[in-house]
Design a protein around this ligand. Structure first.
Ligand code: GRF
Length: 201
């Protein structure tokens, strides 16, 4: 299975995935990294691991729809069977989502459906005083952060937590469950029934 990882920034999830691949336990091959910015750490990480990078900016005369058409064509050209959103900071067009439906997954830093649809899920969790938070890997559908849930991990929220300390605790779990979800997908163990993911075996 060929996997493309879409990134926009720090790339710590990308790095976790590539490390699993290097250890031979991913069960899939990351063959392309797509970034909408040229000079971010994630691109450096891809280069360090020798993975092809496709930079496709959706700014300056290249609108989101056009950019995502280009990305979609590139994914097809590279025979990609799974698209992983790992900190990609753009909403995908409905055309893109429809085309890749069932073959795109995303990681979100909260226990969905709590705190979906925001780039500040950890801050929202602190604001609401929740005692448990975590992260969710889900299939991407046209409703942002609302697709069928593949995997979740919970972490405690402490009274003295800051956005940073909570984000770090959640991130450690992201790095575990996102590669795990890729492995399950690659093994063909995920099916969607009535909007819910069933895991075989
Ligand atoms: C993660 O917190 C992820 O849940 C969210 O964006 C962040 C990406 O971090 N969607 P990184 O670029 O993988 O380090």
């Amino acid at each position: 299975l060929k996997v493309a990882v879409m990134v926009s920034g720090r790339g710590s999830n990308l790095e976790a995935i590539l490390q699993r691949q290097r250890e031979g336990v991913l069960g899939a091959e990351v063959s392309l990294v797509v970034s909408n910015y040229p000079d971010v750490k994630a691109v450096q990480i891809a280069n360090d691991f020798g993975i092809e990078v496709f930079v496709c900016s959706d700014r300056k005369g290249n609108d989101r729809k056009e950019a995502q058409m280009e990305i979609s064509n590139m994914l097809t050209a590279r025979d990609v069977g799974l698209v992983v959103l790992a900190g990609y900071d753009r909403i995908l067009t409905k055309e893109f989502v429809r085309h890749w439906q069932g073959r795109i997954i995303n990681i979100h830093p909260s226990l969905l459906p709590a705190f979906g649809g925001t780039l500040h899920a950890q801050a929202e969790a602190l604001k609401h005083g929740v005692k448990i938070s975590g992260c969710t890997v889900h299939f991407v559908t046209e409703d942002v952060d609302a697709g069928p849930i593949i995997a979740q991990a919970a972490v405690p929220v402490f009274e003295n937590d800051t956005v940073e300390s909570l984000s770090d605790r959640i991130l450690r779990e992201e790095h575990r469950i996102l590669p795990e979800a890729i492995r399950l997908f690659a093994q063909g163990r995920l099916t969607i029934q009535n909007g819910k993911v069933l895991i075989k075996g």
